[in-house]
Design a protein around this ligand. Structure first.
Ligand code: HEC
Ligand code: HEC
Ligand code: HEC
Ligand code: HEC
Length: 431
């Protein structure tokens, strides 16, 4: 027979436990609601279509604004990256030889956080009174307002000293978000037009695609086309370095003539989007945002960390959501990839300098422009490949195999160039 006292105590115990759990759940719920309220105020203040000040947007979204502001922080260098904007020409004097006759031989700094974009473009010695306004395109959300006001063509055609040099807002919320809906958007004409020529309608992009497209509007190779300096992405034949070279060759484009070798050169600019697109992560659907703006839990809400920076400073959120390796292991894997790429990059620099010197020697010995044509063409081919890797900011991590292939070809073309020039020397000497 059951003991009635035990039964009574059990019932009291059971009810107390139930009430306790209930109250706890209620408290957690209230607490989380409060946290959400802290994260996002309940009253939404609409922002204007042309609101370039992130602070105003930040009144609605303090978490995103606060993390956005962190892009001004410098946590120091990583193995091969980080936010330290040191002068590359001091660390790697060989760059002065490689860029001889071009502004990059005067000033070339490592890049840093978005907050600094507007400061750094104004301060670089590469801009002067003749700089076209095109060069402000990726540095400020005021660009969007003026492109609308002036028209795209007139905007590019203007001089930097007259328009962009007077901007005071850097990269901001307006560059990536639609102010009405907060959806991601591509705001830059260059990206939209380049995709259109490849038969891709950016307005039909999936959310996953947008998580790379928003970055791809600026983190790409580009050139200033024609007299109007029209910002153009060289993607008509594809995104690989070989396709980009084929495009430039067909169009007969050069950025400058190399001061020492006389070769018609291409300067590559930060092709992160192109490089990423040839790698295993892109093939697996992993976007720029997954690694550079990982989700973070704030109470019950999952939010996007707007402190865009090196993922090596945030391996836990940036990589370990997918990879069950330890932080040390992940860091080592990145370092191994980057060290291999770095070694080949150094070897290609040596090979290109040898080619430049051989061409100069042949020229000094009396070789004609016609005779030097082949060696110069090979110098161009080698250096644009080296630069495709050197100007890209992940030291090969975004696509390790494609990057090593590119550098292998760079070394081969540089040595072919050197051989062609040395052969000319022998011919000239024999006469
Ligand atoms: C799988 C993760 C991953 C993806 C996806 C990814 N990156 Fe990266 N990215 C990295 C790593 C790792 C580095 C190297 C960081 C370092 O050396 O400190 C890096 C470096 C960079 C850097 C230089 C950062 C620095 O501190 O110097 C930039 C800029 C960059 N990536 C942009 C992009 C863009 C744009 C995309 C998309 C087109 C992208 N990344 C996609 C992981 C990723
Ligand atoms: C460089 C591009 C970029 C800039 C600049 C930017 N954002 Fe975002 N933002 C993103 C991306 C990418 C997401 C993730 C969206 C997705 O996955 O659909 C995001 C998500 C958000 C969200 C949705 C909630 C969340 O955290 O996931 C809000 C709100 C937001 N951003 C506010 C802002 C505000 C406010 C600013 C300016 C202070 C800003 N963003 C600047 C790219 C940007
Ligand atoms: C409007 C143009 C623009 C857009 C859009 C943009 N970036 Fe950038 N990004 C820049 C510029 C310019 C710099 C270099 C700023 C400097 O050095 O002054 C930069 C720097 C960076 C860095 C280096 C940070 C550091 O601390 O070294 C990373 C990483 C990066 N961007 C990733 C991204 C990702 C990921 C996206 C998309 C979510 C994105 N960017 C969208 C223009 C842009
Ligand atoms: C959203 C998921 C996701 C994130 C985030 C992610 N990865 Fe990956 N990673 C993958 C997938 C998928 C592969 C393809 C191989 C596989 O299927 O296991 C891969 C492959 C790799 C490989 C092998 C690459 C190769 O060339 O063989 C390395 C190394 C790696 N990831 C490192 C990282 C690092 C470091 C980070 C953070 C900066 C990171 N991953 C972030 C999903 C992710």
């Amino acid at each position: 027979m059951a003991n009635p006292i035990n039964k009574k105590y059990f019932l009291i115990f059971f009810i107390t436990a139930l009430v306790t759990v209930g109250i706890t759940l209620l408290l957690i719920n209230v607490f989380e609601k409060k946290q959400e309220a802290n994260l996002y105020p309940s009253v939404f203040k609409p922002v204007g279509d042309h609101e370039t000040d992130p602070k105003v947007w930040g009144e609605n979204f303090p978490y995103e604004y606060d993390t956005y502001l962190m892009t001004q922080t410098n946590e120091g260098p990583t193995y091969h990256g980080g936010s330290d904007n040191y002068q590359k020409l001091d660390k790697y004097p060989v760059l002065k030889t490689l860029f001889a006759g071009y502004p990059f031989s005067k000033d070339y700094r490592e890049e840093r956080g978005h907050y600094w974009a507007i400061t750094d473009v104004k301060e670089t010695k590469r801009v002067n009174d003749k700089t076209p306004n095109t060069c402000i395109s990726c540095k400020s959300s005021q660009v969007l307002v003026d492109v609308e006001k002036m028209g795209t063509e007139a905007f590019y055609k203007a001089m930097f000293k007259d328009v962009g040099a007077h901007y005071d807002k850097g990269i901001g919320c307006l560059d990536c978000h639609n102010p009405k809906t907060m959806e991601l958007r591509v705001s830059r004409p260059g990206f939209i037009e380049a995709m259109q020529r490849r038969g891709i309608d950016v307005t039909k992009a999936t959310r996953e695609q947008m998580r790379s497209y928003v970055c791809g509007q600026c983190h790409v190779e580009y050139y200033f086309k024609g007299e109007g300096k029209y910002l153009t992405f060289p993607w008509d034949k594809g995104l690989s370095v070989d396709s980009i070279e084929a495009y430039y060759d067909e169009y007969g484009f050069k950025d400058w003539d190399h001061e020492t070798s006389g070769a018609p050169m291409i300067k590559m600019q930060h092709p992160e989007f192109e490089t990423w697109s040839t790698g295993i992560h892109a093939k697996s659907g992993v976007t720029c945002v997954d690694c550079h703006m990982p989700y973070e839990r704030q109470g019950s809400v999952k939010v996007t960390n707007h402190w865009i920076k090196s993922p090596l400073r945030n391996i836990n959120n940036a990589c370990q959501t997918c990879h069950k390796w330890s932080e040390q292991e992940l860091s080592n894997r990145v370092k191994t990839i980057q060290d291999r790429v770095y070694e080949q990059m150094m070897r290609s620099e040596t090979a290109i300098v040898d080619a430049i010197n051989a061409i100069k020697a042949a020229k000094d010995a009396g070789a004609t422009d016609e005779q030097l044509k082949e060696a110069r063409k090979l110098h161009r081919r080698a250096q644009l490949r080296w630069d495709f890797v050197a100007a890209e900011n992940s030291m090969g991590f975004h696509s390790p195999q494609e990057t090593l292939k590119t550098l292998g070809n760079a070394i081969d073309y540089a040595r072919q160039s050197q051989l062609a020039a040395e052969k000319l020397m022998k011919n000239v000497a024999a006469k």
